[in-house]
Design a protein around this ligand. Structure first.
Ligand code: SF4
Length: 310
């Protein structure tokens, strides 16, 4: 059984009386010890999907099965024991850390909330996690503003891991950081994954970041998964024109690999009523693409693509 199984998930926003599905019928799984990357341009719905999975947002329809329990429709009281198992690391660690709390308080609060009453036990767990992220005990008495951006993200990661979750959803965890610091944070996540046997849903707009970290990659466009592929297949033979365009934008991509197109235009503000959502930007669109909505279909190699011509 997969650790996380998402089935036909829909998450909606309402604006001026109109309902817009930011996540529109998404299904995928995250297996034990697996890291799944989720990529797509800004506005494609990937952050909404991540927040839905950790139930910071309540989805409109569908299932989110965590270790078999469907958490999609649970209320706050039902969710409380489950929240330990799934945690989130945010893009902007400064905004997500309470500036009035010391690092010790930031790490101590979730332990208290989840009923660890023994102060010595909490202190032990805090010392362990602070050591794993490369800080000395002296850092515990300092405040978030006293740290650099990369160090603050380490604190955000420690806070996510202090409850020993099984699944961590990372939403653009390195996009606000310098390149050299990005590599340090990715290496830390890889190390923590090995040590704690974690599963990750790793969200990024940048395929070059996802490539180093993911066993499998989901490509999202306008609320839908358009391609799902294991790490090596995606780099060797991406099938969806959108994925190929994203790969073409990765500077260090293999220059010998044939890529049909560079991506032009922006993610559409509205979803076409018929046909493929990507067709206005697709370099190989055919007549059929304006009438038939391509569904995600599984291929013999286990990967999946939503394109009539793939
Ligand atoms: Fe392009 Fe048609 Fe495939 Fe959509 S279904 S990605 S428009 S070829």
């Amino acid at each position: 059984m997969a650790l996380l199984s998402v089935n036909n998930l829909k998450t909606a926003y309402t604006s001026r009386g109109k309902t817009f599905y930011a996540v529109d019928g998404v299904s995928f799984e995250v297996g034990e010890n697996e890291t799944v990357g989720l990529v797509g341009e800004s506005g494609c719905g990937k952050s909404t999907l991540g927040k839905s999975v950790v139930r910071l947002i309540k989805p409109a329809e569908g299932e989110i099965r965590l270790e078999g329990w469907d958490i999609a429709g649970m209320d706050d009281r039902q969710l409380r024991p489950i929240r330990k198992s799934v945690q989130m690391v945010f893009q902007d660690p400064y905004a997500s850390l309470n500036p009035r709390q010391t690092v010790f308080q930031i790490l101590d609060t979730p332990l208290k909330v989840h009923g660890i009453k023994n102060p010595a036990e909490r202190r032990k767990q805090i010392n362990e996690i602070i050591d794993r992220i490369g800080f000395s005990a002296a850092a515990l008495q300092r405040y978030p503003h006293e740290f650099s951006g990369g160090q603050r993200q380490r604190i955000g990661i420690a806070r996510a891991l202090i409850l020993k979750p099984k699944l961590v959803v990372c939403d653009e965890p390195v996009s606000a950081l310098d390149l050299s610091i990005q590599a340090q944070i990715i290496n830390l996540l890889v190390d923590l994954k090995r040590s704690f046997g974690l599963c990750f849903l790793f969200i990024s707009h940048d395929l070059s970041v996802v490539r180093y970290f993911s066993d499998r990659v989901l490509v999202m466009y306008l609320g839908r998964i358009v391609e799902s592929a294991d790490h090596s297949s995606l780099w060797r033979e991406a099938r969806h024109p959108y994925t190929r365009a994203l790969l073409a934008a990765v500077p260090e991509a293999d220059p010998g690999r044939k890529i049909e197109s560079r991506l032009s235009g922006e993610v559409a503000g509205s979803i076409p009523e018929t046909g493929c959502r990507f067709r206005a930007r697709c370099p190989i669109a055919a007549d059929r693409c304006s009438v038939e909505d391509p569904q995600l279909r599984t291929l013999p190699d286990g990967n999946a693509v939503a394109c009539h011509l793939a």
